[in-house]
Ligand binder design. Structure first.
Ligand SMILES: [Zn+2]
Length: 69
């Protein structure tokens, strides 16, 4: 899948615990998948959630979660 140019992968080792932007699952510090998008560091539970975000970024940035993988 083509990566959105604005979506820059981050190293999750340095990221804090957070909720997945796509599915709302809790992600432990240093785990999951992280990416920077328009200046914001975003956290995802897994690559599948990141892929869903790529398909429709505005939906998830607007607070609409969906189910997980
Ligand atoms: Zn998720």
């Amino acid at each position: 899948m083509a990566v959105t140019p604005e979506l820059v992968p981050l190293d999750s080792r340095y990221e804090l615990a957070a909720r997945c932007l796509v599915c709302g699952s809790e992600i432990a510090a240093g785990e999951g998948v992280s990416a920077r998008y328009r200046g914001q560091a975003l956290r995802f539970q897994c690559a599948s959630c990141l892929a869903r975000f790529e398909l429709d970024p505005d939906r998830y940035l607007g607070g609409h979660e969906s189910g997980c993988c």
